[in-house]
Design a protein around this ligand. Structure first.
Ligand SMILES: Nc1nc2c(c(=O)[nH]1)N[C@H]1C(S)=C(S)[C@@H](COP(=O)(O)OP(=O)(O)OC[C@H]3O[C@@H](n4cnc5c(=O)[nH]c(N)nc54)[C@H](O)[C@@H]3O)O[C@H]1N2
Ligand SMILES: Nc1nc2c(c(=O)[nH]1)N[C@H]1C(S)=C(S)[C@@H](COP(=O)(O)OP(=O)(O)OC[C@H]3O[C@@H](n4cnc5c(=O)[nH]c(N)nc54)[C@H](O)[C@@H]3O)O[C@H]1N2
Ligand code: SF4
Ligand SMILES: [Mo]
Length: 697
């Protein structure tokens, strides 16, 4: 029996797992003991990675749609040539930016890097990722506040903190290993605090729950900041030495009185004051935020309001502290710096002459070939298709027909495309329904590459099973199209994922995320390596838990962190008499992953999962509307759409709120096309709706 250590490719924890293999079959999966992230534990999704049919599906060839609507199976070479010809033909006919791609945070670093090379560099067009739906807000917040997209924490901070505050974050369901780490905290008297309008599974297990009104976080956080200032609960030394614009911030938050905060957030003054005291009393306060913050119409400023609290109280860069953004997908962190979409490989702007020169040199191409500007954003790509400006789309490892906000806009876009390539491990996903080309690729258990987890830790994916006839990886599919496009020498040095990794290492040299000291070989069977890890500093960086900002230096030109703030905005889509309730959305259960393409195949998850779209309703609201558990309701959204959901009753969502898990396509039929102005991340979590009971029979 062989033992192969690899990385779980679901969530951003990146647990390492030991796969025991005999005769090319996985006999057992054991979470890697001693691995600093998950040390011998993992969740049901990681444990069932081997239970997907796709892992043993042989003979996978591409399919091309014929005029009569049926599919023709072709060889890979024909598939590559067909896509390459179509991409060129469309560009010639409609212009360079008439083709686009949508990438992901769930592939290996090398896979989206090569996709970025083919699409963004060679074809000079746009590729955004599903990370736009997820982490874009944190990215912009970090860049503006810290000078680089660099979350500074290490997971051990959960064990060292005496005051852990989760904001819009439900790790009991979404990041169980992270929650486990918080539970391992041995600091006497430590407290766990949750800020979430819903009494989430995490809130139920916390010491304090602040059930604020939806989308009132920014108001609450400014109110808390103002109270901390009024009471002089500040770290003056840290503010003076390591931050800028505090005086302006002090003036600004004066308008956020306790009264105003209480009225807008729905919390009592006592509750707000209690929260202020908790922050003040903590010696090591850590703030952790996820999608309840990132997915909103003033999300970047909300994330920065959390950062501001950490800065003004000196809770950053020390063990057990930080304003810590929790990432979602297994390689969201990799896509942020290595996908060539919003920034160059290794970070830096596309217009920065020094970066252009360096990247061109590493890749051995002319500077002219490099992408010249950040990509068009996801919403611009979908809008561009619907406006008839974009005619070709290639998506990989994401299922936007289901997950995109206001998803009927994706359905209409898909029908307008002349070329729609879907590259996935399943041809049954909703997004493949209207595709013109389907590229079937192998899943994670059959490929190799590099992942970066939420605490900046690189880890290795290594092939656990061998490939069947015609089975190819995402990397090979992208290179195949690149060759068919005639990229020639521009693909020199990109032959294998290992080659690509070496290019990316070089691109990162002297950047904050420098990984020049990491080698492909050293990553295998390792404890992972956190960035930065520059060449020649092995001794100094030997620690297995490293955090950034310990010296109080940030990545801005002045090395000081910035207080960034702005008045709270009017909700662009407020409740009305017609739409008096708010639809909140998020993860449903530990076993279910997003659009369920993968977890649906895990029998013991599927057996206990609800098959139809459902939502949670407050029991009192249900009673008033004569609705019982498992009744169906038709929900009408302010976006003009409606859908049917089965009702589950609960006291954990407020009277005016409904909560729908995202694992059903109906959920995003109802979400509106509203985005944060800076990050363009969709506002997924607060849609005004009304409902009617569906009469039986
Ligand atoms: N089992 C499972 N785990 C997953 C995933 C999965 O699909 N399934 N997906 C992964 C991914 S990609 C991601 S991004 C993460 C997401 O991880 P989380 O962000 O933790 O999960 P969500 O359920 O989307 O949202 C978290 C909470 O935000 C709350 N919220 C809604 N509106 C507001 C508000 O106005 N203010 C505040 N403070 N809170 C609000 C919701 O009630 C919810 O409890 O999970 C990852 N882990
Ligand atoms: N209403 C609402 N909507 C949301 C959210 C929310 O909180 N509320 N959350 C948003 C967030 S945070 C996220 S991250 C998105 C996620 O949205 P998506 O990325 O669309 O969801 P997934 O189901 O993870 O899609 C991944 C796809 O990749 C395929 N796949 C798996 N492995 C491989 C592989 O190795 N290669 C290839 N090519 N394909 C593979 C899977 O079969 C699946 O089709 O959803 C967003 N949508
Ligand atoms: S889904 Fe996340 S927590 Fe679960 S095993 Fe995979 S990496 Fe670990
Ligand atoms: Mo996500």
């Amino acid at each position: 029996m062989k033992k192969i250590q690899s990385t779980c490719n679901y969530c951003a924890i990146d647990c390492n797992l030991d796969f025991y293999v005999e005769d090319d079959r996985v006999i057992k999966v054991v979470p890697t003991k001693g691995y600093p992230v998950n040390d011998g534990f993992c969740c049901i999704k990681g444990l069932s990675l081997d239970k997907q049919q796709t892992t043993v599906k042989p003979n996978s060839l591409p399919k091309i749609r014929q005029e009569d609507g049926s599919f023709n199976t072709v060889s890979w070479e024909e598939g590559f040539q067909y896509v390459a010809n179509k991409l060129k033909e469309i560009q010639e006919k409609y212009g360079q930016e008439s083709v686009a791609g949508i990438s992901t945070g769930q592939l290996t670093l090398e896979e989206f890097a090569v996709f970025g090379h083919v699409m963004r560099n060679f074809l000079q067009t746009n590729v955004d990722g599903n990370t736009r739906l997820c982490m874009a807000t944190a990215v912009v917040a970090h860049k503006q506040s810290y000078g680089f997209d660099a979350p500074g924490y290490t997971l051990q901070d959960l064990e060292l903190s005496d005051t852990i505050i989760f904001i819009g974050s439900n790790p009991v369901v979404a990041h169980p290993i992270l929650w486990g780490r918080a539970r391992q905290n041995q600091v006497p008297g430590h407290k766990i605090i949750v800020i979430d309008p819903r009494k989430s599974e995490t809130a139920m297990n916390a010491d304090y729950w602040y059930g604020l009104r939806w989308r009132s976080d920014l108001l609450l956080l400014y109110t808390v900041a103002n109270q901390l200032i009024e009471k002089d609960y500040l770290d003056h030394k840290f503010i003076r030495e390591h931050t800028e614009k505090f005086e302006e911030f002090r003036e600004f938050v004066k308008g956020y009185t306790l009264e105003r905060g209480a009225e807008g957030s729905g919390l009592s003054r006592e509750q707000i004051l209690e929260l202020v005291e908790l922050i003040h009393q903590g010696k090591r306060v850590s703030f952790w935020w996820t999608m309840g913050v990132n997915q909103g119409y003033e999300a970047v400023r909300t994330a920065q309001a959390i950062i501001n609290l950490a800065l003004m109280t000196g809770n950053i860069g020390r063990p057990g502290t930080g304003a810590n953004s929790i990432t979602g997908q297994c390689n969201a962190m990799g896509s942020r710096v290595y996908s060539n979409t919003a920034v160059f490989y290794g970070g830096g702007d596309f217009t920065n002459p020094a970066r252009r020169e360096r990247i061109a040199q590493v890749l051995g191409v002319d500077e002219e070939m490099l992408a010249k500007k950040p990509t068009k954003t996801y919403n611009q790509i979908i809008e561009g298709i619907n406006a008839g400006e974009i005619k070709g789309l290639w998506i990989l490892c994401t299922n936007p027909r289901h997950s995109w906000v206001n998803n009927e806009t994706f359905a209409s876009a898909a029908k307008k495309l002349e070329l729609f390539v879907v590259q996935d491990i399943y041809d049954s996903i909703e997004s493949a329904e209207d595709c013109t080309v389907f590229f079937p690729v192998v899943p994670g258990l059959k490929k190799e590459g590099t992942y970066i987890n939420l605490e900046r830790r690189l880890s290795a994916m290594r092939p656990v099973l061998s490939r069947g006839e015609n089975e190819i990886s995402d990397y090979e599919a992208v290179v195949g199209v690149g060759k068919a496009l005639g990229m020639g020498d521009a693909l020199k040095g990109w032959e294998t994922p290992r080659d690509c990794f070496n290019l990316m290492r070089e691109c990162s040299r002297n950047m904050p995320c420098d990984i020049t000291g990491v080698t492909w070989e050293a990553l295998g069977n390792s404890h992972g390596i956190q960035w930065p890890y520059p060449e020649g500093r092995k001794e100094e960086l030997s620690g297995e838990q490293r955090r950034l900002y310990e010296d109080g230096n940030f990545f801005t030109p002045s090395k000081k962190a910035q207080f960034v703030f702005e008045e709270v905005r009017e909700n662009p889509l407020p409740r009305t008499e017609e739409f008096p309730y708010i639809l909140n959305t998020g993860r449903g259960s530990v076993g279910q992953w997003h659009t369920q393409s993968r977890t649906r195949e895990v029998k013991f998850v599927e057996d206990v999962s609800v098959k139809k779209a459902y939502l949670y309703m407050n029991a009192e609201l249900a009673k008033e509307n004569d609705i019982q558990e498992m009744d169906d309701i038709q929900v009408f959204s302010a976006n003009g759409q409606n859908a049917v959901f089965t009702v589950k009753l609960t006291d954990n969502v407020g009277y005016e709120e409904l909560y729908a898990p995202i694992h059903y396509i109906q959920c995003n039929k109802l979400t509106p096309s509203i985005y944060d102005p800076y990050s363009k991340e969709p506002s997924y979590k607060a849609t005004p709706v009304r409902f009617l009971k569906v009469l039986k029979g």
